[in-house]
Design a protein. Structure first.
Length: 247
């Protein structure tokens, strides 16, 4: 039985901080106390693929996509924990997540909080409007959307490594993502205050949705922390199965 060296890709430093105290997210690859490798890639598929490649080159033998996602299924509330069985793309690409790994993690997390499953859509852009979310849910059947997981899954497939995605819902299918947020965020996902102030000055109606989004973010952060506390991503927890990434 071979032990995994789990490599975790986070788009944002705020998502990574739940994985351990004092994480140095400025380093390309950080080794956590349990041997897990971590990279904070920035947002989007290109950045995520680069981060996944760096983890594999550093010795990762399994990859995980970690962070937040937007809800497409109206049944998923902010803070819902989502462990997808499949990651899909808008052009029809579809990759399964590692079943045994996902099931073991689900059992560990479910002792503390409910866990949802289904399809995760990876999009090239943020999906902000309620109508766009409803259309994607109807057209793809995906329960949630992010901007990185498919790229990480594809990198895992190049070396036949197990892959899972761990996502928590931040904005639900009923929540519009304020334009002020998308305008104020840079490529690394950091909000630039001056941009945010300028965007709110131009669209003061975004203030109320922004306040609600802050509450949703706190719920999602608590859920990420709850998953991290299970310790279920630690390398000793998952024997690597030989064969394809979905095994």
């Amino acid at each position: 039985m071979t032990l995994n060296v789990v490599g975790i890709v986070c788009a944002l430093a705020t998502e990574a901080r739940h994985l351990g105290p004092g994480i140095r997210t400025t380093e390309r690859v950080t080794s956590l106390p349990d041997g897990t490798l971590l990279t904070v890639s920035g947002m989007g598929c290109t950045a995520a693929a680069s981060g996944a490649r760096a983890l594999m080159d550093a010795g990762a033998s399994a990859l995980a996509s970690w962070g937040m996602a937007g809800g497409l299924d109206p049944a998923l509330a902010p803070g819902a924990i989502f462990l997808p069985s499949e990651v899909i793309g808008p052009q029809g690409a579809a990759l399964s997540t590692a079943r045994v790994w996902r099931e073991r993690l689900s059992v560990a997390v479910a002792t503390h909080r409910p866990v949802a499953h289904g399809k995760l859509l990876t999009s090239s852009k943020a999906i902000g409007s309620v109508s766009d979310k409803a259309a994607l849910f109807r057209e793809t059947g995906a329960a949630a959307v992010d901007m990185e997981s498919l790229a990480i899954a594809e990198m895992a497939l190049t070396r036949d490594l197990p892959f899972i995605a761990v996502r928590v819902i931040v904005d639900s299918a009923h929540d519009a993502l304020p334009r002020a947020v998308t305008v104020a965020a840079d490529s690394a996902g950091h909000l630039r205050l001056w941009r945010l102030i300028g965007a709110l000055a131009r669209a003061p109606g975004d203030l109320a949705p922004l306040i609600r989004l802050a509450r949703c973010y706190r719920a999602a952060s608590r859920s990420l922390a709850a998953v991290a506390r299970t310790g279920a991503l630690a390398p000793h927890a998952f024997p690597v199965a030989s064969g394809v990434a979905g095994s």
